[in-house]
Design a protein around this ligand. Structure first.
Ligand SMILES: Nc1ncnc2c1ncn2[C@@H]1O[C@H](COP(=O)(O)OP(=O)(O)OP(=O)(O)O)[C@@H](O)[C@H]1O
Ligand SMILES: [Mg+2]
Length: 223
């Protein structure tokens, strides 16, 4: 059996004095797979991803994610902090005590991995939304993250760029043996994942192949 890169066991989470958003919520994602997470607005998807990323702590339950992990936000302007592409990708490496050649090589390799090789000197403000998302992913690749968590990374992209990004992430997962969990509302993106999950009433109520989930979601929304 493949080992899980992400494992959540019976976590409970609620904002103060409110009812629980996540109730006995459990899931497991095997290493090397690309999974997607679906669910209605407000169902707790972003909350779950923030718990996986260690940005929030559950009130109870266990949560394991291989480290270091890379997190990609819906809006890349909330994520990219430096003025140029090269400086931004290198920013995540400050804690690693690399010499400048090692750092340069990591940045170069990560940018090539997202098909933006040689873009080090480009200013961040001049990038498109899709390019910014790829820089955010390059930051995680440069840090050698085995796990990528992506919260609706295509929500602000046009359809062509959306498709390029989801293809890119699938290819990174498959060529590098990464594990990725990607939140989406767009059913057409499901075709690129290995398996998908639905979060409802605080729990994973359904998981299956892209086709199984598409059939389920269509039957629920037409009911
Ligand atoms: N900082 C916060 N304080 C209090 N409640 C919050 C906070 N952030 C989120 N919530 C509430 O928690 C619930 C789950 O929110 P969450 O953002 O996880 O949903 P989501 O599934 O990601 O929704 P969407 O599809 O709209 O992104 C919602 O009812 C939301 O209002
Ligand atoms: Mg959300």
């Amino acid at each position: 059996m493949t080992e899980a890169a992400i494992a959540v066991k019976k976590i409970n989470f609620g904002w103060q004095s409110q009812e629980l958003i996540l109730k006995d919520c459990s899931l497991e994602i095997p290493r090397g797979e690309f999974w997607m997470l679906l669910g209605n607005n407000g169902s707790g998807k972003s909350t779950l991803l923030r718990i996986l990323a260690g940005l929030l702590s559950p009130q109870s339950g266990e949560c394991y994610v291989e480290q270091p992990l890379g997190f990609v936000f819906q809006n890349p302007d909330h994520q990219l902090v430096m003025p140029t592409v090269g400086a931004d990708v290198a920013f995540g490496l400050v804690s690693e005590n690399l010499n400048w050649i090692e750092k340069r090589d990591r940045v170069q390799e990560a940018l090539s991995a997202v098909n933006l090789g040689g873009w080090e000197r480009r200013p961040i403000y001049a990038l498109s939304g899709g390019q910014k998302q790829r820089i955010a992913i390059a930051g995680a690749i440069a840090r050698h993250c085995p796990v990528l968590l992506l919260d609706e990374p295509t929500a602000l992209l046009d359809p062509d760029t959306q498709q390029e990004l989801v293809e890119q992430v699938r290819s990174l997962v498959k060529t590098r043996g990464l594990t990725a969990l990607w939140i989406t509302h767009r059913l057409e993106e499901l075709d690129y994942c290995d398996r998908a999950l639905i979060l409802e009433r605080g729990q994973i109520t359904k998981q299956g192949t892209p086709q199984e989930l598409k059939t389920y979601v269509s039957s629920v929304s037409s009911a």
